[in-house]
Design a protein around this ligand. Structure first.
Ligand code: HEC
Ligand code: HEC
Length: 197
């Protein structure tokens, strides 16, 4: 199967996971903003995180945000801090929250990246096909997250988790993608992504 067919297949898998739970609803970003007041306590103002362990959710693809919220709500992705805040969201809430956060600008605090990490990161992203799924500028698409400008420590934790097959992964593709990465590769990639705008 070629890559775009595989991506379409993931999208379908994501939709199927929520098929009964996720009717197509017109999302309301203003209603999402009201609901987001509790989220920004951890995820930062407008979803731009200042905490190394907490991901920014501003400017993530709407489908990615809604899918992950659904996965936390259904207990498929679990986190002691995050899960309780997804538990009581309705389908309308998760679509509205996704519409709000996707429209926010990601302006993370400048991350210092040395030239060697930047060059190595660009090379590794090509070599391991990160750009094929996450997009040429690593801005994400559909159910695939944006990596550019994400918190560095959060990225490292996720990549180590995928490599160890402990991080939730809806279809196993990301777990496979992480297998060839060494610890040094993970450090370089996380530095590179965190420094991108
Ligand atoms: C108590 C702190 C806290 C609150 C409040 C909180 N979150 Fe989170 N959220 C986290 C942490 C920590 C993670 C990463 C957890 C993990 O590794 O699975 C996370 C992960 C996420 C993710 C996945 C991001 C990614 O890049 O994979 C989304 C989407 C998200 N939260 C949305 C929300 C929304 C929407 C709300 C409000 C309804 C909210 N969060 C409230 C702490 C919080
Ligand atoms: C075949 C497509 C594909 C490839 C190739 C791929 N990814 Fe992913 N990646 C995904 C998908 C899909 C997710 C969301 C997984 C989930 O939560 O179920 C993801 C999630 C991630 C996350 C978690 C981000 C977050 O906000 O939670 C990181 C970090 C990541 N990928 C980095 C990489 C890196 C680095 C590479 C290259 C070594 C790579 N990906 C290659 C599809 C891909």
């Amino acid at each position: 199967m070629n890559l775009s067919k595989r991506i379409a297949a993931f999208a379908t898998a994501g939709l199927l996971a929520g098929a009964t739970a996720c009717p197509a609803l017109a999302a309301d970003a203003a209603a999402g903003m009201q609901k987001a007041q509790v989220c920004v306590v951890c995820h930062g103002p407008e979803g731009v995180s200042g905490n190394p362990a907490v991901p920014s959710i501003a400017a993530q693809p709407a489908q990615f945000i809604a899918t992950q919220l659904l996965m936390y709500r259904e207990g498929r992705r679990k986190d002691a801090q995050m899960s309780p805040f997804a538990a009581n969201l309705t389908n309308t809430d998760l679509n509205n929250l996704a519409a709000y956060f996707t429209a926010q600008k990601l302006t993370p605090p400048a991350a210092a990246v040395d030239a060697a990490a930047a060059e190595g990161g660009a090379r590794l992203s090509q070599q391991h096909n990160c750009v094929q799924c996450h997009g040429p500028a690593l801005l994400g698409q559909q159910h695939i997250p944006r990596l550019a400008g994400q918190q560095r420590e959060y990225l490292k934790t996720q990549l180590r988790g995928f490599k160890a097959a402990t991080r939730f992964d809806m279809d196993g593709q990301m777990t496979s993608a992480a297998q060839p990465l060494s610890d040094a590769d993970i450090d370089i990639l996380a530095n590179y992504f965190a420094g991108m705008r």
